[in-house]
Ligand binder design. Structure first.
Ligand SMILES: CCCCCCC/C=C/C(=O)SCCNC(=O)CCNC(=O)[C@H](O)C(C)(C)COP(=O)(O)OP(=O)(O)OC[C@H]1O[C@@H](n2cnc3c(N)ncnc32)[C@H](O)[C@@H]1OP(=O)(O)O
Ligand SMILES: NC(=O)C1=CN([C@@H]2O[C@H](COP(=O)(O)OP(=O)(O)OC[C@H]3O[C@@H](n4cnc5c(N)ncnc54)[C@H](OP(=O)(O)O)[C@@H]3O)[C@@H](O)[C@H]2O)C=CC1
Length: 256
């Protein structure tokens, strides 16, 4: 798709890189010549993913929960010790559960806000302070979700992702003085491991609600991430790109 050495020797951290979209982004980064770190909570699964990815290039696993500041700091310290720098951060880790808004417990609300808003923020701020600001250069990509028309059935994640969308715009301006670019990708419905938690009856016929009449692929999201982190996007910052087959613009919003 792109030239072979597009990301040669770039040091890249992909959160949630052990599965689905994050795994495919890590894979693509390696194919284009980068040194890749992946992080997630489940250490065994994370290590297994890194072992497979290592066949393509230098890939390291550092277990951690993005919701725990000290664990995020630990990820930064490991990267510093091994590579001495970080060029690109992909905030992909996240998730939620479908539930009617009136039934979400305070704990359930906080779990999703912590995962998708606070966790992304801790990662962003710590990696910027440890690497991007001192280096006077960096690129951040936030994977959010299609909440263009709200997110009926998942109000907690809609609120959290809207927060990250605004962080993206705010920091694009505030951190431009440090030569940091920050963009977001808002996937629609992507065929990936993440969909396994949704009831099959909900996923049935879902393609018909998408103008392009199919789900997206993890490869399509990864290609967009590679473009945004590459020099081809050097003048793009503060942007959220929807990759949803046109879903945000047409038809019913799915509802649980
Ligand atoms: C038509 C199809 C539509 C598809 C739309 C697709 C759009 C988006 C797709 C994706 O994002 S795919 C990727 C999804 N991947 C994941 O979601 C995986 C990660 N998810 C999680 O880890 C959880 O969802 C989580 C909530 C963030 C887990 O957090 P935590 O480990 O802290 O949870 P717990 O300690 O178990 O529970 C905390 C709290 O949350 C309540 N809760 C958790 N799961 C559910 C649930 N399924 N239903 C209702 N409530 C849930 C749990 O009960 C706890 O609250 P209390 O009971 O203590 O009050
Ligand atoms: N697939 C889709 O249709 C869509 C996905 N998205 C978003 O894209 C991202 C990737 O989704 P997808 O690949 O499909 O789903 P997955 O469930 O496969 O990926 C989620 C990844 O995040 C990691 N993760 C979750 N919570 C944490 C945490 N607190 N700390 C560290 N790592 C964590 C998980 O690993 P571990 O369990 O080991 O921690 C896992 O590797 C998610 O943010 C998702 O919400 C958005 C819109 C649509």
């Amino acid at each position: 798709m792109f030239i072979k050495d597009l990301l040669k020797d770039k040091v890249i951290l992909v959160t949630g890189g052990r599965s689905g979209i994050g795994y495919q982004i890590a894979r693509s980064c390696l194919l284009y010549g980068a040194v890749v770190y992946i992080t997630s909570r489940k250490e065994e699964k994370l290590k297994a993913a890194a072992k497979k990815l290592k066949e393509l290039g230098p890939c390291y696993a550092i277990a951690g929960d993005i919701r725990a500041v000290e664990q995020v700091q630990n990820v930064a310290e490991h990267i510093k010790a091994l590579s001495g720098r970080l060029d690109i951060l992909v905030n992909n880790a996240g998730g939620q559960f479908p539930a009617p808004a009136q039934d979400i417990s305070p704990n359930g609300w906080n779990a999703v806000i912590n995962n998708n808003l606070n966790g992304t923020w801790y990662m962003t701020q710590i990696m910027a302070k440890e690497f991007f600001i001192p280096q006077q250069s960096g690129s951040i990509i936030n994977i959010i979700a299609n909440m263009f028309r709200g997110f009926p059935g998942m109000v907690h994640t809609g609120a959290a992702r809207a927060g990250v969308d605004n962080i993206t715009k705010t920091l694009a301006v505030e951190w431009s003085r440090f030569n940091i670019r920050i963009n977001a990708i808002a996937p629609g419905i992507i065929q990936s491991t993440g969909l396994e938690q949704y009831p099959p009856e909900l996923l049935k016929d879902v393609s018909d609600r998408i103008p392009l009449k199919r789900l997206g692929t993890t490869k399509e999201v990864a290609d967009l991430a590679v473009f945004l982190m590459s020099p081809m996007a050097n003048f793009i910052t503060g942007e959220t790109i929807y990759i949803d087959g046109g879903q945000r613009l047409w038809g019913d919003v799915f509802e649980f």
